[in-house]
Design a protein around this ligand. Sequence first.
Ligand code: ATP
Length: 134
Amino acid sequence: MKTFKVNIVTPDGPVLEDEANMVIATTEAGEIGVLPGHIAMVAPLQIGGLRIKKGETTKVIAVNSGFMEVRPDIVTILAQSAEKAETIDLARAKIAEKRAKAKLAQEKNKLELQLAELELKRAINRIRVSEGRI
Ligand code: ATP
């Protein structure tokens, strides 16, 4: 089966460098599956789970926004943050979820509300990826 390179990079440094048969990402336009030889493109990403398939194994990464650059032989993800499922601190994500929900219930300021919504999305995404629900 053909493979291509996958790199995930964040401001904290590289998170993953691997080979894949297929990458499934949640772009702003919806879910997209990338196979070897895909035409070149750049797509903005949502907060979501990125699935990297190689043979029978699938790795899941919690990705927080950013961009995916696709070329026929390499996919590069530039994300604000990204965590492999096994490195996610589930307790921390659950605390972050509670904090964001509390803020959403009290906050009046529009910008703060938008920030709390994003915090909640990040936390829920990490929880789902960590629990294998993506
Ligand atoms: P928190 O409120 O728990 O800090 P956050 O969503 O504000 O969460 P970010 O600003 O997105 O955190 O990320 C800051 C750094 O912490 C990044 O390097 C990110 O990968 C890491 N990080 C955040 N939450 C977790 C988690 N639950 N498990 C592992 N790493 C995390």
